[in-house]
Design a protein around this ligand. Structure first.
Ligand code: TLP
Length: 346
C-alpha cells in the first residue's frame, strides 16, 4: 500500500534539477566568504525580499534564534504570539541562548492585536525588563497556515518601531503567503526589520533557510551563526539546491494550496471530523475531532494503518500538510483511506 505523507512539507525530497545543481555547484569555504554559490543565494534572497543582505543558515530554528540573539540583549523581554514556533517549538532558545524572557500575547489566526502589543511594551522603570523585540509568524503554523493580514503586519511594526523596538518575522512559509495573496514577497516583509524563511519546506530543498535584513544586522548575525556552530564551509552544495528552489518551486505552491483546499473539503464531509474552512488558506489543514471514539493520537494511528501519515497537534486536533510530493490523485486516495479509517474506528 502506498503511504501518503502529510506530516509536513519538510518531508519533500529534492528534485532532479536540485540534485544536478548540487552535483555541479561551484564551492569554496563560506566562513572565508569564498563560496560563490552561497554568495549568490544570499544575494538572490536579499533581492527577492527587498532587504540589503542575507545569511544562509542550516535550519529555520537557527535562523530565528540568530535573529533573536542579534536583535536583543540579555534580560530583555521578547514579545511573541502565544502559539508561535519561536516560542513553542525551538527548545526554549529565547531563554537558553539569548537570556531573554518571553511575553506571550494571544493571536487571532496568528495576528496579535497592535493595541495589545503596545500595552505589552514596558515603560521605563527600574523594576522592568526592557522590551527588546517583537516576533511575528507568517504563515502561522499553529492556526493552520493562515496568512497574516498585511494591515496587521504593518500596524504591529508601526507600534514596535514607534517605541524603538525591532520586528522579526518568522517567515518559514512566507512564499506560501505571497502566493496565496498574489503579492510579491518583498511587499509582505517590507514593514519588518528581519525575516527568516525556509528553503526546506514547501520549496522542497533538502536543507537550508535564510535570514535577511539590513547589512549591519546580517554582519552581526554572521557572528552569532558562527557561535552556534553554523559556519558551514563548502555549503554551496546545499545553496545550489536553494537557488533552484527559489527559481522553480515558488509558483507551484499554488498547487499545494489547491490540494489542501480539496483535502479540507473532503475531510469536512467525513462524519466525526470538522475543519474550519476559513483557516485553509495555504498548504495546511487542521482537523478537529468531534467523534468521541478518537483522540488526536489514536486518529493518527488509525490513519497510519490505512496508509495516511499526519501529526497530532493537540488532544483532539491533527494537522495535514500538502506539498510537492503529494499529487491531486494522492489527495483523493488519502480522503478515501481516511473515511474508511474513521468508519473502522480506533
Ligand atoms: N516547523 C515544523 C515543526 O518544527 C513543527 C513543521 O513541521 O511545521 N518556523 C516555523 C513557522 C516552522 O513551522 C518551522 C518548522 C520552523 C520555524 C523551524 O524550521 P526548521 O525545522 O528548519 O528548524
Amino acid at each position: 500500500m502506498k503511504s501518503i505523507d502529510l506530516r509536513s512539507d519538510t518531508v519533500t525530497l529534492p528534485t532532479p534539477e536540485m540534485r544536478r545543481a548540487m552535483y555541479e555547484a561551484e564551492v569554496g569555504d563560506d566562513v572565508y566568504r569564498e563560496d560563490p554559490t552561497v554568495n549568490r543565494l544570499e544575494e538572490r534572497a536579499a533581492e527577492l525580499l527587498g532587504k540589503e543582505a542575507a545569511l544562509f543558515v542550516p535550519t529555520g530554528t537557527m535562523g530565528n534564534q540568530v535573529a533573536v540573539l542579534t536583535h536583543s540583549r540579555r534580560g530583555e523581554e521578547v514579545i511573541v504570539e502565544a502559539e508561535s514556533h519561536v516560542y513553542l517549538y525551538e527548545v526554549g532558545g529565547i531563554a537558553a541562548l539569548s537570556g531573554c524572557q518571553v511575553k506571550t500575547l494571544p493571536g487571532v489566526r496568528g495576528a496579535m492585536d497592535p493595541a495589545a502589543v503596545e500595552a505589552a511594551i514596558r515603560p521605563v522603570n527600574v523594576h522592568f525588563p526592557r522590551s527588546g523585540l517583537v516576533c511575528i509568524e507568517n504563515t502561522h503554523n499553529r492556526s493552520g497556515g493562515c496568512v497574516l493580514p498585511q494591515e496587521n503586519v504593518a500596524a504591529v511594526a508601526e507600534v514596535a518601531h514607534r517605541h524603538g523596538i525591532p520586528v522579526h518575522m518568522d517567515g518559514a512559509r512566507i512564499f506560501n503567503a505571497a502566493v496565496a495573496l498574489g503579492r510579491p514577497v518583498a511587499e509582505l516583509v517590507a514593514p519588518v526589520d528581519s525575516v527568516m524563511f525556509c528553503l526546506s519546506k514547501g520549496l522542497a530543498a533538502p536543507v537550508g533557510s535564510l535570514l535577511v535584513g539590513s547589512r549591519e544586522f546580517i554582519d552581526e548575525a554572521r557572528r552569532y551563526r558562527k557561535l552556534l556552530g553554523g559556519g558551514m564551509r563548502q555549503a554551496g552544495v546545499l545553496a545550489a539546491a536553494g537557488l533552484v528552489a527559489l527559481e522553480l518551486m515558488v509558483d507551484r505552491l499554488a498547487d499545494d494550496h489547491a490540494n489542501a483546499r480539496r483535502l479540507a473539503e473532503g475531510i469536512a464531509e467525513i462524519p466525526g471530523l470538522a475543519v474550519d474552512m476559513a483557516t485553509v488558506q495555504t498548504n495546511m489543514v487542521m482537523v478537529d475531532i468531534v467523534d468521541p471514539r478518537f483522540t488526536g493520537r489514536t486518529l493518527v494511528q488509525a490513519f497510519e494503518r490505512w496508509g495516511v501519515r499526519c501529526n497530532d497537534v493537540g488532544p483532539r486536533r491533527i494537522r495535514l500538510v500538502t506539498h510537492k510530493d503529494v499529487t491531486a490523485a494522492d489527495v483523493e486516495l488519502a480522503l478515501d483511506a481516511m473515511a474508511r479509517a474513521v468508519k473502522a474506528g480506533p
